[in-house]
Design a protein around this ligand. Structure first.
Ligand code: PLP
Length: 450
């Protein structure tokens, strides 16, 4: 691709070469789809998505609109596309299973379901070897909280204020960062201080934040709890790494209070953090329950709860079932994903390219005062924008401008954080060094114009 010229006459960074031509688009125009979306689809999306792209094809780390324009997908769906859009191995597995048997349930035997459960379980340490499939991250977390409550006989759950765990009853209540605006509360769900090294009250002192969890147990419960749920790196919350020492300290506090430790790996799993296959492994804890979704199926609607045989036993006390959970087309996709991650060394790629990308993003801080913080691991990175570094006032309007401008120049990123001032970078794990350079050059270019 030749160097492109922006409508303002400036030369733009060159997009990496990619040998793929999308099929000619035969669908309705974008304006018509937008008009009908407004009429027939219920969405509550913010200003960034009022004029969205019309995406018609995906190939690995790239997306194409109806005019055949190419976009680097540095958001990876929403951290859902682990191997790359329409990865041939995953497509083949899904197509083959669709032709064979599109749906059955765990009421019957089918090897596609068990094959994936067995291989998935082999990726976990200790006794984490029983899998329950769900359709989403929300359902996985709802089930994890239910299991913790049934297993312990307690009701109290502790989550972190800035975490995100889903949009059903218990998970909404556990997600304090914005669902409380809907006035969703549930008895027994408590929110602990966010151990955020950049904005948190105790800076990087993980042990002080952990003390807050102990205080909640001492002052807000009978002394016994059902469990704790937390992400290793907060995704929706703005790519926030837990302050050092926090998770291991919370682990022992929760254990002493008789509770279960639930690791929400919906975003941080499947090698995304680069250094480890699961985010919790970087903290030296072995959870009692792990929840999965997003990258598990490269975009297929599937989630999972992984736990020990002893904890899983609680579900046999009652009838607990999901019609689509463990659908064989989804589990066939999931198995293909695990094989691709291994075959193509995607975790290692996430580490190498992700570290390179993080370094390059961090070097932009010398040039652009608007960048308050660069953080994250592997291919789960965040760039927090502030009006000035002293006050850390969130640069929300500027973020919207940068987001739009980067989109126009062919780079899609995500946004998030409590203040909506964090650019989230969670590309498919096949992202290359050249892609990383292009992303940084485009970000640099847009920031230089501010
Ligand atoms: N947990 C985490 C960490 C998430 O990021 C999300 C979604 O963004 C969920 C749970 C909920 O998953 P889903 O949207 O598939 O229900």
């Amino acid at each position: 691709t030749a160097t492109r010229i922006h409508e303002n006459g400036n030369e733009l960074p060159e997009m990496p070469f990619f040998d793929y031509t999308p099929a000619p688009y035969k669908g309705p125009p974008a304006s018509d789809i937008l008009k009908r979306r407004k009429e027939y689809l219920s969405t509550s999306l913010g200003p960034l998505y009022t004029n969205p792209l019309n995406l018609v094809e995906g190939k690995m780390q790239y997306l194409f609109d109806e005019k055949g324009r190419r976009y680097l997908d540095a958001f990876g769906g929403i951290a859902t596309v682990s191997c790359g859009h329409c990865h041939p191995d995953v497509v083949e597995a899904a197509v083959n299973q669709t032709k064979l048997l599109q749906h059955t349930t765990v009421l019957y035997l089918n090897h596609a379901i068990v094959d994936f459960a067995e291989t998935l379980a082999s990726k976990f340490p200790g006794e984490l070897k029983v899998v329950f499939f769900t359709n989403s991250g929300t359902e996985a977390n709802e089930l994890a909280l239910l299991m913790a409550r049934l297993y312990t006989g307690c009701n109290d759950i502790i989550s972190i204020r800035n975490g995100y765990h889903g949009n059903a009853a218990a998970t909404m209540a556990a997600t304090a960062q914005f669902f409380h605006k809907f006035n969703v509360v549930q008895v027994g769900i408590h929110h602990a201080l966010n151990p955020d090294p950049y904005r948190g009250v105790f800076g990087s002192d993980g042990l002080k934040y952990a003390k807050d969890v102990q205080n909640i147990i001492d002052y807000g419960t009978c002394g016994q709890v059902a469990g704790f749920i937390g992400e290793a790196i907060q995704g929706v919350g703005g790519i926030i790494e837990m302050a050092p020492g926090y998770l291991p300290a919370v682990y022992s506090i929760i254990k002493k209070a008789g509770g279960l430790y639930i690791a929400d790996e919906v975003q941080s799993g499947f090698g995304r953090t680069g250094s480890h296959f699961w985010g919790f492994e970087a903290h030296g804890v072995v959870p009692d329950i792990v929840t999965l979704a997003k990258g598990i199926g490269n975009g297929a609607p599937i989630g999972a709860v992984v736990t020990t045989p002893e904890i899983a036993e609680v579900l046999t006390r009652r009838y607990y079932f999901s019609t689509f959970g463990g659908n064989p087309v989804c589990t066939a996709s999931g198995l293909a994903v695990l094989r691709v991650i291994e075959k193509e060394k995607l975790q290692q790629n996430a580490f190498l390219v992700g570290s390179y990308l993080k370094d390059r993003l961090a070097s932009l801080m010398e040039k652009h005062e608007i960048i308050g913080d660069v953080r994250g691991r592997g291919m789960m990175l965040g760039v927090e924008l502030v009006k000035d570094r002293e006050s850390k006032t969130p640069a929300i309007h500027e973020l919207q401008q940068i987001f739009e401008e980067m989109k126009d120049m062919g780079v899609l990123v995500g946004t998030g954080g409590f203040h909506e001032n964090v650019l989230r970078i969670t590309p498919p794990l096949c992202f290359t060094r050249e892609d990383a350079d292009f992303l940084v050059d485009v970000m640099d270019y847009t920031m230089s114009k501010m």
